[in-house]
Structures are given as structure tokens and as C-alpha cells.
Design a protein around this ligand. Sequence first.
Ligand SMILES: NC(=O)c1ccc[n+]([C@@H]2O[C@H](COP(=O)([O-])OP(=O)(O)OC[C@H]3O[C@@H](n4cnc5c(N)ncnc54)[C@H](OP(=O)(O)O)[C@@H]3O)[C@@H](O)[C@H]2O)c1
Length: 184
Amino acid sequence: MILVFGKTGQLARELAADENVTCLGRDQADLSNPAACAAAIRQAAPEAVINAAAYTAVDKAESEEALATVINGAAPGAMAAACAQAGIPFVTVSTDYVFDGSGEAPWQPGDATAPVNAYGCSKLAGEELVSAAGGTYAVLRTSWVVSAHGNNFVKTMLRLGKERERLTIVADQIGAPTPARDIA
Ligand SMILES: NC(=O)c1ccc[n+]([C@@H]2O[C@H](COP(=O)([O-])OP(=O)(O)OC[C@H]3O[C@@H](n4cnc5c(N)ncnc54)[C@H](OP(=O)(O)O)[C@@H]3O)[C@@H](O)[C@H]2O)c1
């Protein structure tokens, strides 16, 4: 059995389609309580763990940085430590926001990180704690996640396109829309 943190999010819902997956929602494991997440892993005794939950409200993270850092930093760190102790692999999902957004070439995994906002800092903290936990792990950085569920850029544009005659959107941001199903 593969244990997935997250149940309602875009990625979690795609992962849930696999019969070997057991998803834990916020009511079963709240990432604001990292010790409880580690305990949930010990109790479930899975073959592997995927963290598909996160604090994803990029703008709101500026005023809730401490909470975002627990959810995106300490929680995956505690999950990775529990997996290392159990000798099972751990996968967590991160973001292009660990970079500073300069340049025009696609980012490479080894490029220097330099987050410019609270969300990016919180996700980088998670990456660092996961890699320091000493187990077998993968950090998968993605961007612009889209799916039929939840909120995403494509759905927002479709909604606004119906409501408004003319849309005003930034023209200096380049990204790679990534279907949640492909990530799963
Ligand atoms: N969305 C993007 O464009 C994007 C871009 C780059 C990277 N990523 C990363 O990709 C991963 C998946 O993103 P997504 O688009 O699937 O996210 P999402 O749709 O926003 O879903 C986030 C999930 O995290 C859960 N969650 C939030 N706070 C929690 C808490 N305190 N305890 C337990 N669960 C909590 C949410 O549950 P509730 O429903 O209970 O709130 C929800 O299931 C995340 O690591 C994200 O940082 C996303």
C-alpha cells in the first residue's frame, strides 16, 4: 500500500485512482501537526509514502509564513524522517518557486535555488529537511498544476472568459502547465 497525504487536492485526487493508494485527508493527518503525520506513517506501515498535500495559497503565504513553513517545511521533513526510520521511500512535490524567476531558459534540477517569496521559502525548507532525513527520497518540482478539480489557471481563464469581454493578464511570466494526472 502506498500512503498519500492529501485527499482533496488536484494531485491527490489523481493519485487516489490507483487501487494501491490510501489517501489521508486533513481530518486524518493535519500537516500543521508534523508529529501526527509521522505517527500516521508508523501506524499505516505502508510500502512507500507520497506527500501530495501542501499550503498552496502563494499570495496568502506572505501573511501566514509561519503556518506555511510548518505545512510545507516541517511536515514533509517529519514524513521523510519517519520513512527513513521505516526503510521505505518517500516522494514529495515541490515547485519552480524555489527559483528566483530570472533568465529565460528552463530551470535544471542543479540550478541554484533563491526563492523570492514566503511560499517558495517554505517549499525550499521542505526540500532541505527531506534531503537531510537520510532516507530514500525524491523531490519532484513541478509548475502550474492543472486538472478538472480544484482551482487552477486554466479553469480561472475559462471562467473569466465567459464573464468578461476582455481579459488583462501578465505577459512576462513563462511556465509549463502540468496536468496533475501526468504528475501522478
Ligand atoms: N497548483 C500549482 O500550480 C502548483 C505549482 C507547483 C507546485 N505545486 C505543488 O504540487 C503539489 C500538489 O499541488 P495541488 O495543485 O494538487 O494542490 P491543491 O489542489 O491546492 O491541494 C492541496 C492539498 O493540500 C491539502 N492541505 C492543505 N493544508 C493542509 C493541512 N494543514 N493538512 C492536511 N492537508 C492539507 C489540501 O486539503 P484541504 O482540501 O483540506 O485544504 C489539499 O488536499 C503541492 O506540493 C504544491 O505545492 C503546485
